[in-house]
Design a protein around this ligand. Structure first.
Ligand SMILES: [Zn+2]
Length: 258
């Protein structure tokens, strides 16, 4: 009975945990234990999303001083921060904080899509904490507000617990669109692959023309996964903005159905 568990030509080495090579055990019980261990190798630090991201954001603010009133000598200690506002959010740098170095590109992409889909770029989701220090006020931290924080943690947990790329991708798509297209359910799994942009078929032509005109500046230097394509004719399902920016490249990376 246990034989069946290993009927598939699975990788012999399950992974290296704390310097110990974990192998596909010969005895059934060890094998199952190792399989669980493999699944649980953490690639995402979920709690990290609750941390301080002030270095992943651009913040605009004015300062005010009332040195005479406060009696500052040559060093000002009275500066206050006024109207602090987040002007941009660097989502890839937040992904770098959440995903460990060993995290695979597919998972990293799904985390990026979840953060984008749940609108982390919107300043309304962030709380700027201003503290008084010896030299006047300074920005102490910028953290995600609840309930957005809980919402993102739940999605990251789903990605972490997913055992296939298909499951991970569906978490990301649901975060962005709220549902999964029927056509996507048909495919067994998804993988990253390199293709020529000219091989990709544009389905929603009107939508594409619209985003093409918008000239998505935010993706100008994009060299990651461009979009999601399905079928042998590589029909573009998601990633129109990125595709419109990357379509003149020789080769692009996409997620394709298997
Ligand atoms: Zn002062």
């Amino acid at each position: 009975m246990m034989e069946q568990l290993y009927a598939e030509p699975v990788t012999r080495i399950f992974g290296i945990i704390n310097g110990i090579i974990v192998r596909n055990g010969k005895s059934g019980s060890t094998g199952i234990k190792n399989m669980k261990t493999k699944k649980n190798i953490p690639v995402i630090d979920i709690d990290a999303i609750g941390g301080d991201f002030r270095y992943s954001l651009d913040i605009d603010y004015a300062t005010e001083r009332h040195c005479e009133e406060y009696g500052c000598d040559n060093i000002c200690r009275c500066q206050t921060i006024e109207n602090a506002m987040i002007t941009s959010v660097d989502i890839p740098s937040i992904v770098d904080v959440i995903c460990y170095k060993k995290c695979d590109e597919f998972t990293r992409y799904c985390v990026n899509r979840v953060l984008t889909g749940l609108k982390l770029y919107d300043s309304k989701n962030w709380h700027i904490d201003i503290q008084r220090s010896y030299y006047g006020e300074e920005i102490e931290s910028v953290k995600l507000e609840n309930p957005k924080l809980d919402e993102i943690k739940a999605k990251l947990r789903q990605i972490k617990d997913a055992t296939t790329y298909k499951e991970k991708l569906f978490v990301a798509l649901k975060a962005e669109y709220g549902y999964i297209l029927d056509v996507l359910q048909e495919y067994k799994n998804f993988k990253i692959t390199n293709v020529s942009p000219s091989d990709i078929r544009i389905g929603a032509d009107l939508h594409y023309r619209k985003v093409n005109q918008e000239k998505s500046e935010c993706y100008k230097n994009w060299n990651g996964i461009v979009g999601l394509c399905v079928g042998n004719d590589l029909r573009l399902i998601d990633g129109y903005h990125r595709y419109s920016v990357c379509k003149d490249k020789k080769m692009i990376k996409i997620i394709a159905s298997v």
